[in-house]
Ligand binder design. Structure first.
Ligand code: COI
Length: 350
């Protein structure tokens, strides 16, 4: 692996006011693919890419990405389930006809980048270093076909909470016209286009004073899928319900961790279809106790209110519920080393 360190380190941002995704670190990792093989991983000073206007990614969107986090406490650096992210990226690559990564060598390069950027890992509760692996087609060609050249890169940035209002409950708007994805489409992978397609729902939600759109299935527009930046969970009576992975929902790593923690700790969980009608019924008869979202960026985010077809519905008393709080504490406890990791999820790299 080639490592070229910058001579011009940036000034660090105020770690008590990070927000999400605003400050990029000093270095990045780049690995190029050509001629059927991946080249040498290179850690180089963070800088813009020069990109030919005819590069395929700019025209046909053959691009995928991941999101994971690193934590630092008392000089120790840990990552949460990094291998699962690279494995999921390979699933995304397969769906978009892109080359698979060599998981072990990419992980090794990723760990090295995080160690190089150690000073960029904030330590306060609720903060971390967000890691963004990305891959795009770099062929310069205007015909529509899978490329032969790809660039894989990783950038990292110190982050606080994903939502501007931190852990206060968010408001979600159930989108009943536009769809995010359909069975057989790309909803179950992390490709750039999914996020572009979801922006209109988010804009609509914002105009109506909601934080995010909640997507329904494309066929019946009846069953709840996911938010786009997070998977979604409902506490109905004493059962925690989340939409089953039908092929159009992202198999979130935080979603999987939440289910495993809840099951192990004695909560009843169900992965199944859940309709908007069932949700509204449960809100009306007060069996709906809590809603929360899960995601790497969003962590565990309480939802205090939802809207569907001009009506809004409060969730419980509108505050963070007990199950949400339990899960938030347990998951962030495991991620930051405050709670023993019984699952082998945490990887120490320093
Ligand atoms: C993540 O949770 O890491 C995501 O990728 C969601 C969003 C920030 C795009």
């Amino acid at each position: 692996m080639k490592i070229e360190l910058t001579k011009n380190k940036k000034k660090k941002p105020d770690y008590s006011d990070l927000g999400f995704g605003k400050y990029m670190s000093d270095h990045m990792l780049v690995i190029d693919y050509d001629d059927g093989k991946w080249g040498e991983p290179q850690i180089v000073p963070y800088a813009p890419f020069e990109i030919d206007p005819a590069t395929q990614i700019l025209h046909y969107g053959q691009g995928i990405f991941e999101g994971l986090k690193a934590y630092k406490k008392d000089g120790k650096i840990t990552l949460f389930r990094p291998r699962d992210n690279i494995l999921r990226m390979n699933t995304s690559a397969e769906r978009l006809c892109m080359p698979k990564l060599d998981t072990d060598s990419v992980l090794e390069a990723l760990y090295e980048l995080v160690r190089v950027e150690e000073d960029w890992i904030p330590e306060a509760d609720g903060t971390s270093l967000y890691i963004r692996p990305t891959m795009y087609c770099s062929n310069v060609f205007l015909g529509v076909k899978a490329g032969t050249k790809y660039r894989f890169f990783i950038i990292v940035c110190p982050v606080g909470a994903y939502y501007a209002n931190g852990l206060s409950p968010t408001k979600i708007f159930i989108e009943d016209f536009y769809v995010r994805s359909s069975i057989g489409g790309t909803g179950a992978i992390k490709c750039m286009g999914n996020y572009a397609a979801s922006l209109i729902g988010q804009e609509k939600a914002h105009k109506l004073n909601y934080d995010q759109a909640l997507w329904l299935d494309a066929k019946d527009k009846k069953y709840i899928e996911e938010v786009g930046s997070m998977n979604i969970f409902f506490v109905i009576n004493d059962t925690v319900v989340t939409p089953a992975l039908t092929g159009s929902i992202l198999p979130g790593i935080t979603r999987d961790s939440a289910l495993k923690i809840l099951k192990k700790d004695g909560y009843k969980t169900e992965e199944r279809k859940i309709s908007v009608d069932e949700l509204i019924e449960a809100q009306k008869d007060k069996s709906l106790k809590e809603i929360f979202g899960t995601g790497t960026a969003a962590v565990i985010s309480p939802v205090g209110e939802f809207a569907f077809k001009d009506k809004n519905y409060k969730v419980g008393d509108g505050n963070m519920g007990k199950v949400t709080e339990y899960l938030y504490d347990k998951l962030t406890g495991i991620q930051t080393g405050r709670i023993k990791d019984e699952y082998n999820w945490v990887v120490r790299i320093k």
